[in-house]
Design a protein around this ligand. Sequence first.
Ligand SMILES: [Zn+2]
Length: 432
Amino acid sequence: MVTRLGTHEETTMQMHDHRRLGRELGLFGTDPLIGAGLPYWLPDGATIRHTLEEYIRTAERRAGYQHVYSPVLGKRELYEISGHWSHYSDDMFPPMDLGGEQVVLRPSLCPHHAIIYRSRSHSYRELPLRMAEVGGMYRSEPSGVLGGLTRVRAIQLNDAHIFCTLEQVAEEAGGALAMIRQAYRDLGIVPAHYRLSLPGPGGKYVAAPELWERATALLTEVLDAAGVEYEAAEGEAAFYGPKIDVQIADPAGRESTLSTVQVDFHQPERFDLHYIGADGGRHRPVMVHRSIIGSVERAVAHLIERHGGAFPAWLAPTQVAVLPVSGDELPQAEDLVRRCAEHGLRAEVAAPEDGSLGARVRAARLVPYQAVIGAREAAAGQVALRLRDGRRLPALPAAEAVTRIRARVDARGTGLWHEDAPEGDPSPASRG
Ligand SMILES: [Zn+2]
């Protein structure tokens, strides 16, 4: 799509460039000495990332996932078995020679999870077995395309593999799609569209036409059951199977895949995975690969751009800015920060020496809640709350303000106060 952007769009694009905002907000950075495509996270960026990862782990635990850790390296042979070596080596780092062995930075977590599954025997009663990990993987992106958090060489992936029977695939894939939609509501992300990614011409796909057809039929069933509109795209499948991709768009309209659900008959075969069925015999499980928010890097880049740095309250690095009108109210301000911390809220004092009240309000414009304490509020044990969107609330007892902010933060989504309408289902945006 070639469109000449008007001045307004250009300005909006610059405003929402995650690289510029990331630098200004002190979220992440890069250094030539560490290397291109290898960003580091500053404290506020690390807070966002940690909060996001914990959110995902909590959602996964509730949905019956078990978490594992696996190493970011593996022997070359592991990826030869998985098929990555023959289908994906262009994107892999060259192997390292180590005492007569070749070791590779992993291009995906799947082979490790298959090996963990295989490490002990499983009964059909254990299925579906849902194995999750937020783990590192590596991609040898050419230096010319690297930038910010969207094209990186070191990736933290929110990944999971569900080992299940063929009969369980549709429900498990549907459950993963429901988790993705809930996460998008909580994060204020609107998908550009849903895509059914199919193989295309060329040799990068494993050959097994019958299995491709069966997997495609299952994913189509899942999309139809969810009632979402989608488009089929040839040449976008993983080398081992078709997938549902949830596409997002950056402010310039460039699309990328954030979340994905895949059905895979190939790797269970390659790793000779099995479970003991009710009949006492050995059966082959299916692997459903799924990622709710994709890579942490891409998710945070998108959140920065989507919200222009005004993150949903539950994700904001600082959730409450406490502004004493003068130095006289500093003790009450510090007391409120302590009270917030006790309730698990991230609060900071913006002290009078940082500037006039107006200047401090402006400096804290991306903070969801500003608690102003003047002489009157201090005397009454109250705070006057200002919301990031400009609303001002009548003075509240400090304890009540903290409880109500805590409740709104726990409700997630992008609303700032309890009477805000719950966010609707982010069905694909109608882009005009
Ligand atoms: Zn996988």
